[in-house]
Design a protein around this ligand. Structure first.
Ligand SMILES: [Zn+2]
Length: 457
């Protein structure tokens, strides 16, 4: 009597297993399209194929951007809709790109500061991705769920000159109330017309910014843009913090976690703050130090981060992101990093003081000529105890001797002083030997900001 019972159980177990497998297979079939969206690593690997601007982002001018936009519009078969929504003070067109037909409106604008071009090229790469991968589940999902509004290079006159301000000499990001700049008025017009749910305000920041007190340079800084002086919270600000968490978690593995939280002081004249105050969940993204990867590394990070954030919005994953991950990011430390620090070296400064041991920092800034060729101009940035700061390069030891004028030139020795553009770096031939011209060999020198290498690197 046990036998039939057991076979009965086996029959039911088998039948249940069969039903389960059918359900699983059906589930997979039903879920297959659109279920698996593209992951950060896949985006990272895809980027070289969808990359549009293949040289230094700083070299792109308005004419280049227009050419690329027109090409992308044609390639998209009209999916990327482009309209001139304004003109710069010098009459250059400001193009708004619209894509998608979804419920959530997301507005991304870049290069409000003319010398901050990283995100502009990343936005072109995103448009190319949306076009080239239009049949992929991820792009189809984005198209169904989102309406993208993209305004690349808001300050084309500044971009032409590789400088922050527009051609009126005004910082557009301090013009949100006065609206003296046509570029600022255009930004406000677009924002008011579309009332986006999410805003991405895309910038570059000085590479001399540190991640809190870690002495590491910031690769990316994030800010859930405040909407009042108190730094209050709201449903929108919470969403902005959650998007910052998504950006941070997505991009940390690619930049060793060198992501910081931007200063959250409310700035009433700034656009991000005003746009946040009007109820848009606004995220500020600042691209900083590129490391050894160069500017294109930052473009790639922008591409991967922004597409991942858009997908998270489309997949309604923002609400489940933990905002405290963003809150715990270390603060952006402005001036926390120097390009080159000479640590505990001998400074032979002026004619009247004894040589002494201290730290000296040199910073280089990028200077562009009319042809947009980049040159690095150096300057003594600081003298004194620099032990709390980070350095991208260090040279240490008191057998290194720094002067502000060449030895043996017959003239009096000038002072090693912040702001100076001349610095001579010597090394003692015999470390124990005397501090004399005969015992010093020239390693290199900074003359009117230009570095000349003499000794071996
Ligand atoms: Zn900026």
């Amino acid at each position: 009597m046990f036998f039939p019972m057991r076979s009965g159980i086996i029959f039911w177990v088998l039948r249940l297993a069969l039903c389960l497998s059918i359900a699983v297979v059906l589930g997979l079939l039903v879920r297959a399209p659109g279920a698996e969206t593209i992951k950060a690593d896949q985006l990272w690997n895809l980027w070289p194929q969808v990359r549009v601007w293949k040289s230094d982002p700083f070299r792109m001018r308005h004419g280049d951007l227009q050419r690329e936009l027109e090409r992308l519009q044609r390639a998209s078969g009209g999916a990327l809709q482009m309209d001139v929504v304004g003109r710069s003070a010098e009459g250059r067109s400001l193009t708004l790109v619209q894509w998608g037909s979804g419920r959530d409106r997301v507005f991304l604008w870049s290069q409000m500061h003319g010398d901050e071009p990283t995100a502009t090229t990343a936005l072109l790469d995103i448009m190319n991705f949306l076009t080239a991968q239009s049949e992929s589940p991820s792009v189809q999902l984005l198209r169904r769920r989102l309406s993208l509004l993209i305004l690349p290079m808001l300050n084309p006159d500044g971009a032409e000159r590789t400088r922050r301000r527009n051609s009126q000499g005004i910082d557009i990001n301090r013009d949100a109330l006065a609206l003296t700049t046509p570029e600022g008025r255009t930004l406000k017009f677009v924002h008011e017309k579309f009332r986006p749910h999410y805003g991405f305000n895309l910038h570059n920041q000085n590479r001399h910014t540190g991640v809190g007190d870690t002495r590491l340079p910031v690769t990316l800084a994030l800010l859930a843009v405040p909407f009042d002086k108190e730094g209050s919270n709201s449903a929108q600000r919470l969403k902005a913090r959650q998007v910052c968490t998504i950006l941070s978690e997505t991009l940390s593995p690619y930049c060793k976690g060198q992501i910081s939280r931007y200063d959250d002081a409310f700035n009433v004249r700034a656009f991000g703050d005003q746009i946040s105050a009007s109820g848009t969940a606004t995220v500020l993204l600042e691209s900083g130090w590129p490391g050894s990867g160069g500017e294109e590394f930052l473009v790639r990070l922008n591409f991967v981060g922004l597409v991942s954030a858009l997908l998270a919005i489309a997949e309604e994953k923002v609400d489940s992101a933990d905002p405290s991950v963003y809150d715990r990011l270390k603060q952006n430390q402005s001036g926390g990093i120097f390009d080159w620090v000479f640590q505990k070296v001998t400074v032979w400064s002026g004619d009247r003081i004894e040589p002494f041991k201290t730290d000296v920092a040199v910073n280089f800034s990028d200077v562009f000529n009319a042809q947009k060729v980049r040159r690095r101009a150096g300057m003594i940035a600081e003298v004194g105890d620099l032990s709390i700061f980070g350095a991208l390069k260090t040279t240490a030891g008191e057998d290194w001797v720094l002067t502000a004028s060449a030895l043996g030139s017959g003239s009096s020795r000038s002072e090693v002083f912040p702001g100076g553009q001349n610095l001579y770096v010597y090394k003692k031939r015999n470390a124990q030997g005397p501090l004399s011209e005969a015992n010093l060999s020239l390693y290199g020198y900074l003359k009117q900001g230009e570095w000349h290498q003499v000794g071996p690197q």
